[in-house]
Design a protein around this ligand. Sequence first.
Ligand code: A2P
Length: 314
Amino acid sequence: MECTVTLSTGQRMPVVGLGTWKSAAGQVQQAVLSALDCGYRHVDCAAAYGNEQEVGGALAQRVGPGKELRREEVFVTSKLWNTKHHPEDVEAACRSSLAQLGLSYLDLYLVHWPMAFQRGEELMPRRADGTVCYSDTHYLETWRAMEALVDQGLVRAIGLSNFSARQMDDVIAAARHRPAVNQVECHPYLSQASLLSHCRSVGVCMTAYSPLGSGDRPWASADEPRMLDDPKLGAIAEKYQKTAAQVVLRWQVQRGVVCVPKSVTPSRILQNLQVCDFSLSEEDMRQVEALDRGERYIVPAVERDGQRVWRDAE
Ligand code: A2P
């Protein structure tokens, strides 16, 4: 099976990329080096992860003139943070990610969330009571500024993250440069079947973040059952002599969904890439699909004391 997908722009995007959310600054550089050395050609980044400089440190060691890899061989994604949605802030935010990553262009730049926060340098602008300060910049205004980045050659493609089908349609209807990707939380417990079918029908590639169930999200409770320990996944994994993680990633790849599993462990980084040398039977594809229970782990805003507050590390 082909291990890249072709985006609406004609670019080829590897079906597995290294996720870098939650990778500590002290670990992410080594993780990216391990990934590039074992064959990854796709790295998923974001300004909000606070570690783009370390990712850039790894890219500088392996990519560019005189290095193992040419820039065109590696697909790098970054994301515009919520405080930078105002059209006047978009280009500077993109240039800042480029500078941190040490690149002259991004392969893909995503609007990280559909909602905008108050402008400024604070990642989570909050009032004294802890509630987040939103701003009324609409994502269609932001999109026009994203399109200008394509025109300027700073990014090869632009896309969305955490957008619903309706919000995607809004953008597509107004777009000069269509969104190439919508990156959303997706795993067997949240299969996103209806969003996926919508993405297919409008020619947008769906990318799954937290494809392994994000067991290391900061608000996970220590005693909650882990998706990767699901006995049904274990039984399928045993049948194919693969791990549960590989089954989950293979299921995504086989339904056309690109995955960005995060790991800072070299053996797991390698394991997560090895999903193109086997296929799941139709019955096993259905078995994994049937695990869906609408369980969303990445719920950014939560209710606290009757207020909706943006959740970060709790
Ligand atoms: P680590 O980074 O310590 O290797 P997600 O991509 O869904 O956010 O999941 C990331 C979590 O899954 C991290 O805790 C990561 O641990 C762990 N992980 C990554 N790859 C594997 C794997 N192949 N098997 C088990 N756990 C994994």
